[in-house]
Design a protein around this ligand. Structure first.
Ligand code: FES
Length: 104
């Protein structure tokens, strides 16, 4: 089996779950299947990514791209633009993760 090109670590824990992470997870799983990307992109539901309160949070590797506040409606663009096209979804980037820790 080939190695996936990308992994999407999606937090489905506590506060992210309360903010709709399971809906995002379900929509993402469905979108990856529909677009034939299940082997290229591995969706990994994970426990807390330690950025609670900003969720649903996701981290895409190998890009090391953080997303915050993902909604189910973001999934089609996330899949098409980033997971297929390689261009991060600007509107949901979690900028705090890029060198500004501790600022709120
Ligand atoms: S519960 Fe999702 S980052 Fe902590």
């Amino acid at each position: 089996m080939p190695l996936p090109e990308r992994h999407v670590l999606l937090c489905t824990s506590d506060s992210c779950r309360k903010r709709g992470a399971r809906k995002v997870c379900k929509a993402l799983r469905k979108a990856l299947a529909e677009r034939g990307l299940k082997r290229r992109v591995q969706l990994v539901p994970v426990d807390c990514l330690k950025q609670c309160g900003h969720g649903p949070m996701a981290l895409v590797y190998p890009d090391a791209t953080w997303y915050a506040g993902l909604e189910r409606d973001d999934v089609p663009r996330l899949v098409e633009e980033h997971l297929e096209g390689g261009k991060p979804l600007e509107a949901r980037l979690y900028r705090r993760a890029h060198g500004k820790r501790g600022e709120g």
